[in-house]
Design a protein around this ligand. Structure first.
Ligand code: GDD
Ligand code: MN
Length: 389
């Protein structure tokens, strides 16, 4: 009797450790997300921007990307596009050159590195050629609404804000069950990020739109986490600047349609995030995180400790079910779609995190990655329908 009680108690503790922080954070952030912005938003803020487009073998898409950028409504004299290529083996660079000769109204610079050492190094190389007050990174496979700069940059106006990013809008949301799941996931994740942004800072940036004030950071990914976006945010936060995800900076991109494609991208992201949060943990222990404690402490816990608590919980549950087979009736709960969805997402993300933590421990990194073979081929029609090209 005592043993059963003790066992149930331990089970409960691990249940709370595994799900408690996530549930609490979600509820808290959802509440926060509805509050008004605590920072100044100034629509007259019109900085000069350098748009950095890193490329490696993007010949299939780069013309769409440049056309998309050339349609921006923001004053052309305040825009400079810097394409930084790492010696692509296809004709990306020639396409970019031809475009820039034809479209003289767009200020463009084309940089080609001698060898390929990853996106972050390419971005740092490009940074030396930019003298704008604001630097915006945008992946070649991401597309902006033409008024994104007028809508998003006002959020950078507040002196306390160092960087802003935007949510990803899927171009192929209804294509497969994988993309449908991702769309659901993004909906919840964006509420969280918005709440975090209003509560302090979010550390989750997206490669489709990452804008940083030049004064708020020195280099991309200074700690070698392999993450040019979230890894750069660490140093912005360290300088005591806020970093926020603003819905006005939403950009379009396609998501892998197969589970394999999804998992490989998520595993890379998890590896990068584990490195990012390990760095934050270090800063937290040294007492160097100030303004953003409220969002960084819980996330560090979520990313570095929760996966282990979940494994213990699963093991304990298995033991419990062995002792009390009737508990299997609880499986009936999985009829409810929401429960099924969240259970799967929590399980998948924690397993990916465990794999990533293991990878980081044995020294696996992702500064350079190969483009997935099944990367979605976008057509002009799809982009045209959304008025993106
Ligand atoms: N110059 C240069 N050199 N550019 C590169 C290199 C490189 O070695 N590797 C990739 N790029 C460019 C690509 O051409 C593309 O424009 C951009 O970097 C992003 O590459 P993708 O291959 O599309 O990355 P992803 O969509 O799988 O991953 C995105 O999300 C990750 C986080 O989840 C990217 O934004 C990653 O940087 C990010 O870490
Ligand atoms: Mn991409």
């Amino acid at each position: 009797m005592f043993l059963t009680f003790f066992f149930a108690l331990v089970w409960l503790v691990f249940g709370v450790l595994s799900f408690g922080p996530a549930v609490f954070i979600f509820c808290y952030m959802r509440k926060k997300s509805k509050e008004p912005w605590p920072t100044k938003v100034d629509s007259n803020y019109r900085p000069r921007v350098s748009i950095l487009v890193p490329t490696y073998n993007e010949s299939s898409i780069i013309l769409f990307k440049l056309t998309n950028l050339s349609r921006l409504k923001y004053p052309k004299n305040l825009i400079e596009v810097i394409v930084v290529d790492s010696n692509s083996s296809d004709d990306t660079v020639e396409i970019v050159r031809r475009f820039s000769e034809k479209e003289q109204h767009l200020q463009m610079r084309i940089l080609v590195e001698k060898d390929r050492k990853g996106k972050s190094r390419a971005l740092n190389y490009a940074l030396d050629y930019s003298d704008s007050d604001v630097v915006i990174v945008s992946d070649a496979d991401c597309f902006w609404p033409s008024d994104i700069l007028e809508k998003a940059l006002p959020f950078l106006a507040d002196p306390s804000v160092g960087g802003i990013s935007g949510p990803k809008i899927l171009l192929n949301a209804s294509q497969t069950w994988v993309t449908r799941m991702e769309e659901n996931y993004l909906r919840s994740a964006n509420v969280l990020r918005l709440g975090e942004s209003k509560a302090g800072s979010t550390v989750f940036f997206e490669g489709g739109f990452c804008a940083f004030k030049r004064e708020a950071f020195d280099r991309f990914d200074p700690y070698g986490t392999g993450s040019d976006d979230c890894g750069t945010v660490v140093s912005v936060v360290e300088k005591d600047h806020r970093t926020m995800l603003v819905p006005e900076a939403g950009f379009y991109s396609a998501f892998p349609e197969s589970l394999r494609g999804k998992l490989s991208i998520k595993l890379r992201r998890a590896n990068q995030l584990v490195r990012v949060f390990a760095r934050y943990l270090d800063l937290l222990v040294k007492g160097e995180v100030r303004k953003t404690k409220r969002t960084i402490v819980p996330n560090t816990f979520l990313y570095l400790f929760s996966p282990f608590a979940l494994v213990v919980l699963i093991a304990l549950t298995a033991l419990l079910v062995l002792g009390f087979p009737l508990l299997l009736m609880l499986l009936a709960l999985f009829i409810i779609p929401k429960i099924r969805f969240y259970s799967y997402e929590i399980l998948e993300s924690n397993m990916l995190l465990l794999a990533a933590i293991f990878g980081v421990v044995v020294g696996k990194g992702f500064s350079i990655w190969s483009q997935p073979e099944d990367r979605v081929r976008l057509t002009k029609e799809t982009l045209h329908q959304l008025n993106l090209v």
